[in-house]
Write a protein that binds this ligand. Structure first.
Ligand code: DGL
Length: 281
């Protein structure tokens, strides 16, 4: 797969912007957002940064998450991207307000805005958000939902074991089911109208979660919602690449590029292309 040599609006169409979209996450999980972006925006070049040296972010302090997110964003901005997407829910929950206040990486989109928009569009009134401890402790999803509608009933449940499970490729079967029971059993007995997957890794569990809830819960995936959000953003701001262009993809990681390459296909559904190791600190 060709690599994305960043920058330049080199299209013959003056209204098109062929610079890449930059996407970052703590590690592999953000590739679920890249997969959704590739489907929704097939002409766009994408640069992906996975901070594999410091993953997971979900059990780190807010100070550390903000510092890492600044560095991740700075790296992508340095590559000349036209838009930065924080694919990591933990970053979106904990660091985005601070990054935006300091105007780091404009324009900067996060998965939480996208997930909230998808929930509001679904019409669900009783919602459960699942995510890492840092995401749930931040209360960001509930606050964002209640800012739009105070009357929504919003519950949040941390499900930290789902991240290592997904990374081990265990996304169904008895072990996954035991972990669902550990966190979600009360919900199964009294299901919400919508379950918002507030973590990059959770889309891998969608078939097993559908089975677990017997199809009685509408599952909203923040990765898919983010791709929709990005598509609308590019169009509204006249930042879309020229139609029919052949897309170029590149991945950067802060550690273990071969391991990333090996595992990436599971999250992405296809080969990630070239993976390069870089240093952020
Ligand atoms: N990417 C993180 C998220 O979406 C999950 C993995 C981690 O804890 O770093 O919250």
């Amino acid at each position: 797969m060709p690599n994305c040599a960043a920058n330049t609006s080199d299209s013959a169409d003056p209204a098109a912007d062929n610079r890449p979209i930059g996407v970052f996450d703590s590690g592999l999980g953000g590739l679920t957002v890249v997969a959704a972006l590739r489907r929704r925006l097939p002409d766009e070049d994408i640069l992906y940064l996975g901070d594999t040296a410091r993953v997971p972010y979900g059990d780190k302090s807010a100070d550390s998450i903000i510092r890492f997110a600044r560095q991740d964003t700075g790296f992508l901005v340095g590559k000349g991207v036209k838009l930065v997407i924080a694919a990591c829910n933990t970053v979106s929950a904990v660091a985005l307000p601070e990054l935006r206040r300091n105007r780091v990486g404009e324009p900067l989109l996060g998965v939480i805005d996208a997930g909230v928009r998808a929930v509001m569009g679904s019409g669900a009134r009783r919602i459960c958000v699942i995510g890492t401890r840092a995401t749930v402790n931040s209360d960001a999803y509930r606050r964002a939902l209640h800012a739009l509608d105070r009357s929504l009933v919003v519950e949040s449940i941390p499900c930290p074991l789902l991240v290592p499970l997904a990374e081990e490729g265990i996304v169904s079967g008895p072990l996954a089911r035991a972990v669902f029971d550990l966190y979600l059993k009360p919900l199964r007995e009294n299901p919400p109208e919508a379950l918002l997957l507030g973590c990059t890794h959770y889309p891998l569990f969608i078939p097993a979660l559908n089975k677990y809830f017997g199809g009685r819960v509408r599952i909203i995936d923040s990765a898919g919602a983010c791709a929709e959000y990005a598509a609308d953003y590019l169009q509204a701001h006249r930042l879309s690449a020229v139609a029919g262009k052949r897309p170029r993809y590149s991945c950067f990681v802060t550690d273990l590029p071969a391991e990333f390459q090996h595992q990436a296909t599971r999250f992405l559904g296809s080969d990630p292309g070239r993976v390069e190791k870089i240093a952020l600190e």
